[in-house]
Design a protein around this ligand. Sequence first.
Ligand code: SAM
Length: 300
Amino acid sequence: MNARGAKLLASSRAAELRSGAKLPPLSHGGGLGRGLPAPERYLPDAYWEDRARRFAARGSGLAAVCSYGMPEVYNRMIHSSQRRALEPWLHVKPGDRVLDVGCGVGRWSSMLAARGALVTGMDLSPTMINEASRRAETKGVASRCRFLVQDLAMLDAGETFELVLAVTVLQHILDPGALRAAVDRMAAHLAPGGRMVLLEAAPLELASRCDTTVFRARQRSEYLDLSSRAGLELRASGGVDPAPFKTWLLPHLRRMPRPVATFATALVTLLSAPIDIVFGRRAVHRSWHAVIVLERTRGA
Ligand SMILES: C[S@@+](CC[C@H](N)C(=O)[O-])C[C@H]1O[C@@H](n2cnc3c(N)ncnc32)[C@H](O)[C@@H]1O
């Protein structure tokens, strides 16, 4: 980690967490990988730090950022479907500056740095950031990465970027004011001609029955309204996971015993995979998650 990241790591919030502030019970992040109980009260920094401490260093680290109640193969399937959906928008030229907000263990940061981009990854959780930094080192891309501990609602990376990326981050910012501030701060970090790429749970129709204490299934139009307020316009959108089975299952998961929920989630994922692989990107309207590609229409 660079000097700036290290300084931010010492922020009072991080210190509070390190000092053993009470963490919520083990839970999951919502979205595709559900099946375990969410905490009654969501304290974002404590929740994500807890997840990171438990899972970020294990194996691929996907359990920290996808679902920790499910086997590794499940998380790898989620990762593949997200990667397939994002791939058309992740072309970077060597030297392009990329900001990966809510970077988690840095799976996209390292990938883009390996393609030659100069990547800034930022996250609320100090342990996620440590892990992203360690993984970038292991992959030999640390010289093209820097990592910062920050809250997205107050993002200040000190420069602008050709690509600003958020993968399943905004869906975990529940407070409307913080969400608005996050989108504004991301937009303010776009370089002229740059693009912002979001992958979030964003169904076309309102699906609040799928919400949990850590996750909001916002309607796609809400992200578009917020982006438009921030001076961004939609350039393209893509689907991720149009198979309908999991949307049928999601509202019932929290009432199921854990083994049943895990089995049902795995089954639904297996059934969905062929549909999502074949139609994923194109079936934009039916997709539960969406890739939203935005560009600036007016000055920051
Ligand atoms: C579901 S994980 C996704 C991580 C990463 N984008 C990926 O795709 O692997 C959500 C991440 O967002 C981070 N996060 C949540 N709220 C945040 C906030 N207000 N500011 C910065 N990061 C935040 C969490 O710490 C976590 O690492």
